[in-house]
Design a protein around this ligand. Structure first.
Ligand code: NAD
Ligand code: MG
Length: 417
């Protein structure tokens, strides 16, 4: 029996890694829908390889362009082409998929995730922003159907045997690589550039999450994500910087035992577990076999190191690991994580405001219109100025707060530039 999947954010880092698994496990996975913003070259190749029934892009113009790229395909292989927000939702729920790989970046991922949850589909969730904006609403409906792709949350999910709520769980320790600026002082951070921020020491990811990792906002968003996924209070979620990115996170139980998950920094492992849990697929063997005819050559435009998955189990691999060092995060140099923690504790609309402001600020930094330390300053100011005691009751309310924060952040950034 194959599992029918829809991949949202198909042209991105997680989407491509998920599709490389679909190639390795074509006996287990069938791709019924793809959605991406605008990268038609990648979509064109993916459509020919995976033959989905439904494909969504951002605009009607892109939809027409894609149709002409696919004109040579026989009618039976022409997918239905849709566009815009309704297209993205349709790609989530209308293709006959049983599971949605939710890997669009940013708040744009919330509506399709929500639609999938409400259609009782399984969701393998990479889009952490969905839980940041509307974790209570989503978890209220998706406890038995949601699995995390984020590597830290996957590590905890694995330690819990593919469950999200385990009463014996005492606390979790999320590990953080520390990003490219680990050890930098606040003063040092005043002069760092976009190029420096995009050089992540251990993971290869899309640009927004790479900037979030550099500011440590990513870890802040992950704290909120973990709070919702595992039903833990903020006091039960600790963060430790672990530069090797070998231990992907740890779960401590009431008897004092700690279960940690170790693995190479390769998102295919976390994605595969989100699809296969509580079973595990032989990723190492299959990906090894794919090496000769790798996804990299087939469809990744030689951007990402796919092919073999590192096997860490032999003596040499293990003994070449220098040491498992840990340190506390430097919240003075990297205030973004503390802002996220506070927004998570405040609840209501604060996490949506945090997210909107951060998306706008991270994009402005990538556009070289805001300095690196400006990112957390803008987020902090938006949180202060848009403070509200409203309770979160609907998805639209969360998205409106996110939009309000984006608009204010835009103004603040324009004033500084
Ligand atoms: P990316 O930038 O590489 O890809 C983003 C994808 O989303 C692209 O396919 C893009 O076309 C699509 N997209 C963006 N806006 C869209 C819109 N409005 N409509 C339709 N599609 C849209 O990002 P990524 O690194 O793959 O990250 C995706 C998500 O997964 C993020 O939420 C990120 O936080 C999370 N995540 C990523 C990693 C990683 O290793 N890359 C790890 C953990 C979590
Ligand atoms: Mg992560």
């Amino acid at each position: 029996m194959t599992l029918k999947i829809s991949v949202l954010g198909a042209s991105g880092s997680i989407g491509r890694a998920a599709l490389s698994l679909a190639l390795s496990f074509s006996d287990l996975l069938e791709v019924t829908a793809l959605a991406a913003h605008s990268n038609l070259a990648i979509l064109n190749e993916q459509i020919r390889l995976f033959k989905p029934a439904l494909v969504s892009v951002s605009t009607d113009e892109l939809r027409r362009e894609l149709a002409s790229l696919l004109a040579d395909l026989p009618r039976s292989l022409q997918p239905e082409l849709v566009f815009g927000e309704s297209g993205l939702i349709s790609a989530a729920i209308d293709s006959g998929a049983q599971m949605v790989v939710s890997a669009v970046v940013g708040a744009a991922g919330l509506k399709p995730t929500w639609a999938a949850v409400n259609s009782h589909l399984k969701v393998a969730l990479a889009n952490k922003e969905s839980l940041v904006l509307a974790g209570d609403l989503i978890m209220g409906k998706a406890l038995g159907t949601l699995s995390p792709i984020d590597s830290e949350h996957s590590a905890i999910f694995q330690a819990l045997g593919g469950r999200l709520r385990v009463p014996e769980l005492k606390k979790i320790i999320l590990t953080a690589s520390g990003g490219p600026f680990r050890g930098f002082s606040r003063k040092d951070l005043e002069s760092v550039t976009r190029q420096m921020a995009l050089k992540h020491p251990t993971w290869s990811m899309g640009p927004k999450i790479t900037v979030d990792s550099a500011t440590m906002m990513n870890k802040g968003l992950e704290i909120i994500e973990a709070h919702h996924l595992f039903g833990l209070s903020y006091d039960q979620i600790e963060v430790l910087v672990h530069p090797l990115s070998l231990i992907h996170s740890m779960a401590q139980f009431h008897d004092g035992s700690i279960l940690a998950q170790l693995g190479p920094a390769d998102m295919r492992l976390a994605i595969a577990y989100a699809l296969s849990y509580p079973e595990r697929w032989p990723i190492v063997e299959r990906a090894e076999r794919l090496r000769a005819k790798s996804y990299k050559e087939e469809l990744d435009h030689k951007k990402k190191p796919e092919g073999a998955v590192k096997d860490l189990s032999d003596y040499q691999a293990l003994s070449s690991i220098p040491d498992l060092s840990f340190e506390p995060p430097d919240l003075h140099a990297f205030p973004a994580m503390a802002l996220a923690q506070a927004a998570g504790r405040a609840g209501g609309l604060a996490p949506s405001i945090l997210n909107g402001a951060n998306e706008e600020a991270a994009a402005a930094f990538l556009d070289q219109k805001l300095s690196f330390i400006g990112i957390s300053e803008v987020v902090g100011e938006c949180l202060e100025r848009l403070h509200s005691d409203e309770r979160l009751e609907s998805i639209d309310q969360a998205l409106e707060a996110d939009q309000r924060a984006k608009a204010l952040a835009k103004q603040l950034i324009a004033k500084r530039f």
